[in-house]
Design a binder for this molecule. Structure first.
Ligand code: PGA
Length: 253
């Protein structure tokens, strides 16, 4: 059985006070609905500077914390970068790599994403490797081939089920548009089949594949009920404790 993972990607949002308030509100939900909270994994990925601010509150509430990116090297002369080792040191257990905003804004390619995911594994973190097609690629009928190429080239060899994959259609991120349940089901099934041939039955069966792209309380139950959807990577709606909690609860509805 794959436990559902509900991951919040705060992106470049939040002050110290807002971050703390958000985690405290989530922690209160976890306390009040202990048995519900025990049924899924909750993760928040704030901006780097807020990690130490929220770490203790999150840990006490059994909410995992993660980074939104990491450098492929462990340390060195890389001004402005943060290593996976540093993230582990401040209490992270996950890191998002290859998010489409980084692929676009920072021109990250699959090889770099793979190196980052490898660094994450070496530091004891679970990388959440993001893949997804653009609108133009979907319109051209290339969605599956683009995604398969990204999965093949972004996952570290031999990672087994230590990686999490997030399917995020680029055109659905922050737009309010979501892929249809059928499209999501098709892509997730294709990724699972790929994992079977590349990593073997067992690893494929254990690897969590998240959906991301305008997940909100109103569409979460339908998406999270799909057979190969093992959780959600939530951007905008993760900034409101009520919405993020409602999405998490929908995963076990
Ligand atoms: P969104 O972002 O939920 O705001 O669409 C998702 C993501 O980018 O991870």
């Amino acid at each position: 059985m794959r436990r559902k993972l509900i991951a919040g990607n705060w992106k470049m949002n939040g002050s110290k006070a807002q971050g703390l308030a958000l985690v405290e509100a989530l922690a209160a939900h976890c306390r009040e609905a202990e048995s519900t909270a025990a049924a899924f994994d909750l993760l928040v990925c704030p901006p780097f500077v807020l990690l130490p601010v929220i770490e203790e509150r999150a840990r006490r509430a059994k909410i995992a914390i993660g980074g939104q990116d990491c450098h492929p090297k462990e340390a060195g002369a890389h001004t402005g970068d943060i290593s996976a080792t540093m993230l582990a040191d401040v209490g992270c257990s996950y890191v998002i790599v290859g998010h489409s905003e980084r692929r676009q804004d920072h021109r990250e390619d699959d090889a770099l994403v793979q190196a980052k995911a490898s660094a994450a594994l070496a530091a004891g973190l679970k990388p959440i490797v993001c893949v997804g097609e653009t609108q133009a690629e979907r319109d051209a009928g290339q969605a599956l081939s683009v995604i398969e190429k990204q999965v093949r080239n972004s996952l570290p060899a031999g990672a087994g089920s230590r990686v999490v994959i997030a399917y995020e259609p680029v055109w659905a991120i922050g737009t309010g548009l979501t892929a249809t349940p059928q499209d999501v089901a098709d892509v997730h099934a294709a990724i699972r089949a790929m994992l079977q041939s590349e990593a073997g039955e067992e690893a494929a069966a254990q690897t969590r594949i998240l959906y991301g792209g305008s997940v909100k309380p109103s569409n979460a139950a339908e998406l999270l009920a799909l057979q190969d959807v093992d959780g959600a990577l939530v951007g905008g709606a993760s900034l409101k404790a009520e919405d993020f909690w409602a999405i998490a609860c929908a995963s076990v509805a």
